[in-house]
Design a protein around this ligand. Sequence first.
Ligand SMILES: Nc1nc2c(ncn2[C@@H]2O[C@H](COP(=O)(O)OP(=O)(O)OP(=O)(O)O)[C@@H](O)[C@H]2O)c(=O)[nH]1
Ligand SMILES: [Mg+2]
Length: 330
Amino acid sequence: MPANLTQQYLKAEAEYRRATTIDEELACLQVMFKEIPKHKGTDHLQADLKTKIAKLKKDAIAEKSGKKSGCGLRIPRQGAGTAILMGGPNAGKSQLICSLTRATPEVAPYPFTTHAPAPAMMPFEDVTVQLIDTPPVTKDFMDPHLIGLVRSADLVLLMVDLGSDDGVEQCQELLDRLNDSKTRLAAQSYLDENDMGLSYTRTFVVPNKIDLPEATGRLELFHELCPLDFTEYPISAVAGIGLETLREAIYRSFDMIRVYSKLPTAKEPDRDRPFTVPRGSQLIDLAGQVHKDFIKGLKFARVWGEAVHDGTVVKGDYELRDKDVVELHM
Ligand SMILES: Nc1nc2c(ncn2[C@@H]2O[C@H](COP(=O)(O)OP(=O)(O)OP(=O)(O)O)[C@@H](O)[C@H]2O)c(=O)[nH]1
Ligand SMILES: [Mg+2]
């Protein structure tokens, strides 16, 4: 990290990548600009940030005045994180949505069945995760909204069709298409420090249809022709093979923790609806999620959890642990 970027900068950068509204993007970029060390080594990055802030301010005005902002389709984030499915035609994206969620997108043995990106919620234990089904990407076609959705997603599930001899080539075409753009797939998410426009989104490879007899040979061919350093989860979306492993891996990739809130007057916390916050978050980060008044008005909290004695009194800087029960006091 040549520029010695601060923790606050990195946090704002991570939030910027996941922002889904212009106002959110702007707020993050302004923090990044404020936090960036001002010296020669960061000249380029400073200039990039300034340009982006100026453009977003214009977009915000255009959006408020009802003009088209050109920012594309924005699907509001929901749940503990967002994973977007991508792949060639017939890879089984919509079938995977059917198998992991209660949504019922059309599944059919011909290409381009899905016409537009569509979100669905996947349960994992007592939390939910947002999955986004998308139209296929081919050499000649990519939905114009896809780039923005990939940039703001936490994870891409790159589906490979092991049911067709064309599956490997189709996957390669998708990767080539993205490599020509400034939105790319990688083993980890990050923004290129020398070019703020260049964004990498963490990706799992999901070879599908391993129930078919020809699938093993095609998977070997895929590894040979298309070597990737992404974590791989082979599945059969129809036969249900590998789905529970994938479901858990998607949730774990977000590195979130669950916190249960309890009213001071209640005996038990609300166990059905945990809040999810990134690991390492402090009590004050949660307080804002529970109610915006808590950000300023929080006096203290009592916590029940593995790392503390029952009912320990803590302040805003307490680092939350998975499955903590928290009672906020104004
Ligand atoms: N054998 C087998 N067939 C599958 C599996 N998953 C999907 N299919 C079949 O593959 C075909 C395409 O599935 P879809 O889910 O519509 O594929 P898609 O990727 O959404 O396709 P587009 O919307 O055109 O991009 C359908 O006939 C599915 O029944 C699987 O795990 N095994
Ligand atoms: Mg589909």
